[in-house]
Design a protein around this ligand. Sequence first.
Ligand code: CTP
Length: 407
Amino acid sequence: MDKPKVVLGVSGGIAAYKACELLRRLTESGHDVRVVPTDSALHFVGAATWSALSGNPVSTEVWDAVHEVPHVRIGQHADLVIVAPATADMLAKAAHGLADDLLTNTLLTARCPVVFAPAMHTEMWEHPATQENVATLRRRGALVIEPAVGRLTGVDTGKGRFPDPAEIFDYVRRVLARGARAGESDLAGRHVVVSAGGTREPLDPVRYLGNRSSGKQGYALARTAAARGARVTLLAANTGLPDPAGVDVVRVGTAVQLREAALKAAADADVVVMAAAVADFRPLTYATGKIKKKDGEEPAPITLVRNPDVLAELSADRPRPGQLVVGFAAETDDVLANGRAKLARKGCDLLVVNEVGERRTFGAEENEAVILATDGTETPVPHGPKDALADRIWDEVSHRLAPPTAQ
Ligand code: CTP
């Protein structure tokens, strides 16, 4: 089989050096990568580096090897184009269809999925001009990865950071695997909220009541939704996993914090998926000092109180008409019967039911489940990677979403 052909466009930002790692990951995993830098990108990383790492010739302009008609061929033959980093200037050129060098020509001739990974200072990213250009590109079907929040060049911190190259690679792999044509990302223009991990209910400054959820299934849902074009807010409860590229990660600790973050994020969401394991109870009291054992004394009992049921609340009070709410159920016995009863009790639209046990589901890379819907359909998803289950869940969500409102 031919190697998948990837065009890595590089525009002139300091994050160009991080694109070298992305390039390495792409070539080492069997992709044929053609790097197309802009002239200003070469101020940061020279052509020799791009050429050596990709094993292909590198040019910035349309006047080299003219007989090969590179300004048309490179884009036409690509399976995916990613511009990483994409500067504000590059986004503006792409949004307006300028074609004054090899990369911008390539963007006009590509008919495959086109991904932009912007990196710039927060002010430039937030500027209405940039935001309008991003909206234009997205409306046309391009996938624009939200920049990460963190340290920028110099002393600044904020949104605009180039996401971890390993995570961008993961994103690219998913888009390629879906084989979607440009403009066919079924969750494009949608805002999805996913909760992941497990809440912890503190007893004292060093102890908590928690559960064994790793967050992997929720992260798989966030990653797959991003690769399908969605804007994703991930509510991460005590997870130790790397932030997925293009996903807004909001960290929460307790069930009460998760509820607050979920209600806020759900306000403009098309879909909310509650994959987090939320503690049903929390200790009535929190000891501000560490609870000490005392010789000859029995331990004091822990009194628990109910936590809010976030899924039931989100299902009952939907801030947007047509918003879909998806729950998870981990069951040990009578899995389907309990799942059906839970779907009715919680009031959500879909419930993903899986069987749990000592060695099943928690922390594992694989999962199997049945997706129950209020319309009576029951979709079994065989044992397989958590990514595959995530994609099946989005399939079930996608065809139930109301048509997008015109922008
Ligand atoms: N959930 C929630 N808030 C809670 C408890 C659970 O939002 N306080 C959500 C979970 O995120 C999951 C779903 O509800 O999507 C199912 O959770 P589960 O704990 O199985 O449901 P319970 O109602 O607690 O049922 P039971 O304890 O009887 O199994």
